[in-house]
Ligand binder design. Structure first.
Ligand code: NDP
Length: 425
């Protein structure tokens, strides 16, 4: 049985902790450490109230207050608790500080979102890939972006590549949330990170910058050593898709982090796009908030003190962890591949459908936190069971997908597949 340290105590961390407590044979001891200790205590109390455990075993849970931006304090806590793995489910701003602490303490690392500097609404892997050599030399593993997207979408990609394709030519990742929380405007995960992501320019990955360049493209940028980004204005590319068990939804092309690593790791890939569904009310509110400056990330003067408008906005919006009881409906997230095997064309769609109310009944959360927290737990389980232990810094498609795919089916996120998908134009 292993000892795990979980940093963060928000919606996703709460689900990950609950699922760890459902697997006490692997997660024997757990320390939940976060900025607000009361939230760690609330997660522990909820797990105890639900009586999670298996075969008479229970996870022994401790809690602590920790500011993870403080590398020395985090290192000291890791050294004292001596976990086998540190799971970072705080915010992307903490990624590098926690990776530094893991290196200093000699412990492996897992997170659910790639690093983003607080003063720049921009995410990419370069900052964390710069740690590759140090993790390798230290004999440690860092698993990056082990939620659903990023995370499961990359496991789906590795699975498709391993079993069904010689080469994958195109990949469309479709993220549909058909849930309704009843608020005119709320975000399903951390509002600050969510709004920064969806207000950014759209973009998709292509191998050849001259092929398939739509009218709305504003710029082609080099994407590191492989491929190009085609950039568009935010929400400039819209498609309508009929999702299994959810129905027809408008979806918009977004820039998303896993496109960058998949562009490097999928054989023969020519184009990768990411679409997310949004309702009209969400988009109208977002546009209004942008127009009046409330999504700004730079500090402004207010009555003699500096405030960052998006941080103020976050304080006004509902806490995503509180949406569980109100959210009804389903999510449907998956990947549509086109490529070839043995010289014959192949189409393949693999996806998961998750019901908000079923998640709430099981662990007290809505499905967005659930679909992120469950894969984070599975990634940790893969590491602790010795199945995902490549040294260095890796994204989820770089590991064997098979044991992870099996776990999805038994840990609450079963997947479906079809070889005759409706394709996205
Ligand atoms: P929340 O805002 O609900 O929770 C974040 C938690 O991190 C809070 O408990 C917060 O503390 C804590 N925290 C913030 N700063 C620090 C710090 N300096 N030191 C210690 N703890 C800190 O976010 P979510 O649970 O919705 O999201 C968690 C992560 O999951 C994010 O990185 C998000 O981007 C990612 N995510 C990934 C997805 C995927 O599919 N890959 C999908 C959805 C989310 P406090 O309680 O004091 O505020």
């Amino acid at each position: 049985m292993a000892r795990t340290m979980l940093i963060g105590a928000g919606g996703v961390a709460g689900v990950a902790a609950a699922k760890m407590a459902q697997n006490p044979d692997v997660f024997g001891e757990l320390l939940i450490a976060s900025r607000t200790k009361a939230r760690c205590d609330a997660i522990k109390a909820d797990i105890e109230k639900r009586g999670f455990g298996k075969n008479g075993l229970k996870t022994a849970i401790a809690t602590a207050r920790l500011d993870a931006m403080d590398v020395a304090a985090t290192t000291a806590m890791i050294k004292e608790y001596k976990p086998d793995l540190v799971m970072n489910i705080a915010l992307p701003y903490q990624d590098l500080a926690i990776m530094d602490a893991c290196l200093a303490a000699g412990v492996s690392y897992l997170d659910t979102a790639n690093y983003e500097p607080p003063d720049e609404a921009h995410f990419e892997y370069s900052w964390q890939w710069a740690y590759r050599e140090r993790f390798e030399k230290a004999g440690l593993t860092a698993i990056l972006g082990c939620g659903f997207d990023p995370g499961v979408t990359q496991v789906f990609s590795a699975y498709a590549q391993k079993h069904y394709f010689d080469t994958i030519e195109t990949l469309d990742i479709l993220d549909c949330n058909g849930g309704d929380h009843g608020y005119p405007f709320a975000t399903n995960f951390n509002p600050e990170i969510n709004i920064r992501e969806v207000a950014a320019k759209g973009g998709y990955w292509v191998a050849d910058p001259n092929a398939d360049r739509p009218e709305v493209a504003v710029e082609n940028k080099k994407a590191f050593d492989k491929g190009w980004w085609v950039e568009t204005a935010p929400m400039a590319i819209k498609r309508v898709y009929n999702f299994d068990q959810v129905g027809e939804k408008d979806m918009y092309l977004l820039h998303h982090e896993e496109l960058e690593s998949l562009g490097c790791n999928l054989k023969g890939i020519k184009r990768i796009r990411f679409f997310m569904t949004f309702g009209q009310s969400y988009l109208t509110h977002l546009k209004c908030l942008e127009n009046i400056g409330l999504t700004r990330i730079d500090p402004i003067d207010f009555k003699g003190q500096k405030i960052v408008p998006i941080e103020f906005l976050k304080a006004l919006l509902p806490d995503p962890a509180s949406l569980g009881p109100r959210t009804k409906g389903k999510t449907n997230i998956g990947c549509i591949f086109h490529g070839e095997k043995g010289g014959k064309p192949v189409d393949y769609y693999v996806y998961n459908i998750c019901d908000h109310q079923e998640c709430y009944a099981e662990v007290g959360s809505q499905a967005i936190s659930y679909t992120t927290g469950v894969p984070a737990m599975i990634g940790a389980k893969m590491f602790l069971e010795g199945k995902w232990t490549n040294k260095g810094v890796h994204t989820c498609e770089e590991f064997d997908p098979d044991p992870f795919m099996s776990e999805l089916n038994v840990q609450g996120l079963p997947w479906k597949e079809t070889f005759e998908p409706v394709k996205v134009p």
